[in-house]
Design a protein around this ligand. Sequence first.
Ligand code: GSH
Length: 232
Amino acid sequence: MANNKGNSLIFYMFELNTSCRAVYILIEELNIEATIQKIDMRKGEHLTDDFKQISPLGQLPVMIDNGLKLSESSAILCYLVEQYGNEEQQNKLMGINDIKIRAKIQMALYFNVSRFYKPVADWLRPQIFRGSRPTEGECLKLKEALRQLNSLIKSYSKYVAGSDEPTVADIALFSSVSFLQVLNYNLLQYNSLWNWLKRLKKSSLELPIGKSLISLQEWQEELNAKSNENDC
Ligand SMILES: N[C@@H](CCC(=O)N[C@@H](CS)C(=O)NCC(=O)O)C(=O)O
């Protein structure tokens, strides 16, 4: 049954942005009845005056809930769990009853924003916005970011904050990594990361994760069709 408490939530997202996708996975997991407003950044829909009233810097993701306007996906993820999760979900996704897990979740969220997200976004951007390949420098930075994430996962047992169940930090990081996977990026060499991905896909997040991948797969099919285009 949908979580009706979410009736007032409006979530603005660009389907091909990893931060937006992370929040979308959580909305699905918490079954929040939100209004999802899709903004296509490829068409410049984030640059209009109307959208700048909502997000003054023209950034996505952004949400409005009962007068609260929030950007930055990590902040949105934490807010949604606290506002809409029941006690079990709050404990599982944000470790509210375990200060050490909670601290490690924060650490992994900061790692995502400060070290991981940007190299992934820089590698993806040319492909999403220009249909071109990333540069060698962008490829090298992405490799280093993946190596770091692999080490982080290796240092814990199952999930990125050392918990037995996936948390919001896994959702945030998964969102970036799954994008690479859909584009057939070779992740097999990052052994711990690869096994974490497999675990996540069979975890309690299996359904929201699967749903979030549909639009990505559609985009990838579109990309393939374009690269094989032949009008002779
Ligand atoms: N740290 C932010 C990153 C969000 C982000 O990078 N958004 C991009 C989407 S491609 C954006 O809005 N770019 C437009 C701009 O910065 O003008 C988060 O986690 O929400």
